[in-house]
Design a protein around this ligand. Structure first.
Ligand SMILES: [Zn+2]
Length: 244
């Protein structure tokens, strides 16, 4: 894992054109362009703190059972496994300017330069405890995408990776009561605080609507993320809303 240096050798001009990046954005976010920023000491410290939090994440009792019951398969069994994955694969974590400001984070899968996780530079100066936790959730999500070592994405893969955010968020809420209270910026309201509500929503209607809206254009499933009933129904929902 490399979090403290921008390697100009790996990233000429610090610029990426990610036609196949898993951009976590709305339709139109692809291709996502990202320009890496050199992190200062505060930003490096924020990411280090986020990783310290991530490695302690354990899922609450029954949460994994619940995820499996709704057709979602979290790619890691806990935060420590993702932390190890980052270390073992020398994954770089950097802030970057994104062409789509609504994207929280993305994975840059590059077999030559190495896989990197980019966090929206809009969040580069956010360093409260809640921010650190939110960034750790974003990193966890991107680890889920990165674990496959491919550039393929699907509705099912998004659901599987979103579940990581949710599982970590619920753990943090329990570990640090009220830590997310009064945090309603975009990162929270449209990200880390939103999905736990949607995943635990009755009938999952809100989750299906949201995922259809953001990721419905993707294939329902892939080789490593077999489409479950929920992914198929989201794809159908997307088709229904886009049919003329
Ligand atoms: Zn994603």
């Amino acid at each position: 894992m490399r979090i403290n240096a921008l390697s100009s050798k790996s990233y000429p001009n610090g610029s990426f054109a990610n036609a196949k990046a898993k951009s976590d954005g709305a339709p139109g976010a692809n291709p996502l362009y990202a320009t890496v920023k050199i992190s200062d000491s505060v930003q490096i410290s924020t990411i280090k703190k986020a990783l310290e939090e991530l490695k302690q994440v354990k899922y609450l009792p029954n949460d994994m059972i619940y995820m499996n019951a709704i057709g979602v398969n979290p790619p890691f069994k806990d935060g420590y496994e993702a932390y190890r994955w980052l270390l073992d694969n020398n994954i770089e974590i950097l802030y970057a300017d994104f062409s789509n400001k609504n994207v929280h984070a993305c994975l840059n899968y590059d077999p030559q330069a190495g896989t990197a996780i980019f966090i929206n530079s809009n969040y580069k100066d956010d360093c409260t405890h809640a921010d650190v936790l939110a960034i750790s959730e974003a990193i966890f999500h991107e680890c889920g995408h990165g674990k496959d070592f491919d550039s393929e994405n699907s509705i099912q893969e998004e659901l599987d990776c979103l579940s990581l955010n949710v599982l970590a968020h619920r753990f943090y809420e329990k570990k640090y009561p009220d830590v997310f209270k009064n945090h309603d910026s975009f990162l929270f309201s449209q990200g880390v605080s939103l999905y736990p509500k949607l995943f635990y929503d009755f009938h999952l209607t809100g989750l299906k609507d949201r995922v259809a809206d953001k990721y419905g254009y993707l294939q329902s499933g892939g080789e490593k993320h077999c489409a479950s009933k929920i992914a198929l129904s989201i794809k159908q929902k997307y088709k229904n809303t886009t049919a003329v």
